[in-house]
Write a protein that binds this ligand. Structure first.
Ligand SMILES: Nc1ncnc2c1ncn2[C@@H]1O[C@H](COP(=O)(O)OP(=O)(O)OP(=O)(O)O)[C@@H](O)[C@H]1O
Ligand SMILES: [Mg+2]
Length: 239
């Protein structure tokens, strides 16, 4: 396995003190890496760092073997790292179709954009079925799926998903997780942050438990899921 993304001894914060402390982790190419941990552990901060919204005070970040420290979010996007944020991010008054097309805003080649639009419509039929509706008319789960479609317009080498199941009913939750599994089976490397540790780690090839900005435990998804201490701390008492 090769490392697609590597964080090496990263320390970073927002000005009010450090949030991540000497953090190292590796995202293997072709896998699903899942970060779990309590609220405020620093999960989204890791993702903001990787997308270039934050710059480390100490340590390094390498993508495909090259340092991406100091690069702007736009350049990092062009390198092939695309993120679906935790909060809703579609433009509510634009149509579904316009939103998905926006995902390709850094691409100039119109034929390529059209080809990608057909590809995402095939994978996510809702993009075609609801194409002329305003994004705000869709349910939360449907909007999340359209956000996935938009993210795939750049055919990213690394797809980052921040708590994709947040606020979804069980059926939609299952659909979203099936889509994540499908995207990975099609060869996409995924970095996932999940509040729902059971589903996240159940899907993951590699699991990382973050606590207070430090890696508390890591291993295969099932190793982390079955660790008794972690079960007690983050997953609730075993049933
Ligand atoms: N923009 C910001 N400015 C200042 N502090 C912030 C900012 N964003 C996050 N923090 C702080 O950084 C810490 C980690 O936040 P982060 O959002 O990374 O946690 P998280 O693990 O993603 O939590 P959650 O599960 O609630 O999404 C928290 O203490 C939070 O208050
Ligand atoms: Mg978060």
């Amino acid at each position: 396995m090769t490392a697609l993304l590597e964080l090496q001894g990263v320390t970073v914060g927002y000005g009010g003190g450090d949030v991540l402390h000497d953090l190292s982790l590796v995202v293997e190419e072709g896998g699903i890496t899942c970060i779990v941990g309590p609220n405020g552990a620093g999960k989204s901060t890791v993702l903001r760092l990787v997308s270039g919204l934050l710059h480390p005070r100490l340590g390094g970040v390498r993508f495909s073997g090259e340092s991406i420290v100091g690069l702007s979010p736009r350049v990092i996007l062009r390198r092939g790292i695309v993120q679906v944020p935790q909060e809703r991010s579609l433009f509510p008054t634009m149509t579904v179709w316009e939103n998905v097309r926006m995902g390709a805003y850094t691409i100039a080649d119109r034929a390529l954009i059209d080809r990608r639009m057909s590809e995402v419509c095939e994978r996510f039929p809702i993009v075609h079925e609801r194409r002329d509706e305003r994004a705000a008319a869709l349910s939360g789960g449907q909007q999340k799926i359209v956000e996935f479609a938009r993210a795939l317009m750049l055919d990213p080498a690394l797809l980052i998903l921040d708590e994709p199941s947040m606020g979804l009913d069980p059926k939609t939750h299952a659909t979203v997780f099936d889509l994540i599994r499908d995207m990975n089976a099609a060869g996409r490397t995924i970095l996932l942050v999940e509040q729902n540790a059971r589903s996240g780690l159940g899907l993951a090839t590699h699991g990382v438990v973050l606590e207070s900005g430090r890696v508390r435990l890591e291993g295969s998804g099932s190793e982390v899921l079955n660790n008794s201490e972690i079960g007690r701390l983050f997953l609730g008492a075993p049933a």
